[in-house]
Design a protein around this ligand. Structure first.
Ligand code: SF4
Ligand code: SF4
Length: 153
C-alpha cells in the first residue's frame, strides 16, 4: 500500500508554482474542459493534484508520468475556484522531472531546438510558406542572444 510522501510534498512546495496544490478540495471543476482528458481518459488534472497531495513521486515525475500530455492550454487555471492552477503545478512537476532526468527524451530535443533556433518546432519550407499565406510575420531569429543569456542564468 502506498503511503503519503511528505518529503516529496515539501520539495514540490518549494518549486515555483508547486505550492498551490495544497488548496485543492478535489471538486473536479478543472476536468471537463481539459482537452488532454478528452483524448486520454487516464490524464486528469484533478487526479494529478490528488497525487501531489499524496506526494506520489513516481506517479508524478517517474518515467511513465502522464503530466507530459498536458497541452498548457490553461483551461484548468480558469476553471479552478481555489486558484490551484493545476497547469502551474504541472509545470513545477515537469521542472522537477527535468532535474531528475525522468522526462521523455523528446523533451530534450525540444530544449535543444529552442536553444539553437529559438523555436519549439522545426522550421520547414512548408511552415514558412503557410505563415506567408496566413500573413503571419516570419520567424524571429534576433532573440538567440537573449535566449542564450536566459539558459545560462
Ligand atoms: S478545480 Fe481546483 S480545487 Fe477543483 S479539483 Fe481542480 S485543482 Fe482541485
Ligand atoms: S493546461 Fe493541461 S491540465 Fe490544464 S486544462 Fe489544459 S491540458 Fe488540461
Amino acid at each position: 500500500m502506498k503511503t503519503i510522501n511528505y518529503s516529496f510534498r515539501k520539495k514540490l512546495n518549494k518549486v515555483i508554482g508547486g505550492f498551490t496544490h495544497n488548496y485543492c478540495y478535489q471538486c473536479g471543476a478543472c476536468v471537463p474542459d481539459c482537452p488532454s482528458h478528452r483524448y486520454l481518459n487516464d490524464f486528469n488534472p484533478r487526479t494529478i493534484i490528488l497525487n501531489a497531495l499524496y506526494g506520489f513521486e513516481e506517479d508524478l515525475i517517474g518515467p511513465d508520468s502522464l503530466i507530459w500530455n498536458c497541452t498548457n492550454c490553461y483551461n484548468c487555471h480558469e476553471r479552478c475556484p481555489q486558484d490551484v492552477s493545476p497547469i502551474e503545478v504541472i509545470i513545477a512537476l515537469k521542472n522537477m522531472a527535468m532535474e531528475k532526468g525522468t522526462n521523455p527524451p523528446v523533451v530534450n530535443n525540444i530544449v535543444e531546438r529552442v536553444k539553437k533556433h529559438g523555436l519549439t518546432v522545426s522550421q520547414t519550407e512548408l511552415t514558412v510558406k503557410r505563415r506567408e499565406e496566413l500573413k503571419l510575420p516570419s520567424f524571429r531569429t534576433d532573440c538567440l542572444d537573449e535566449l542564450d543569456k536566459l539558459f545560462n542564468l
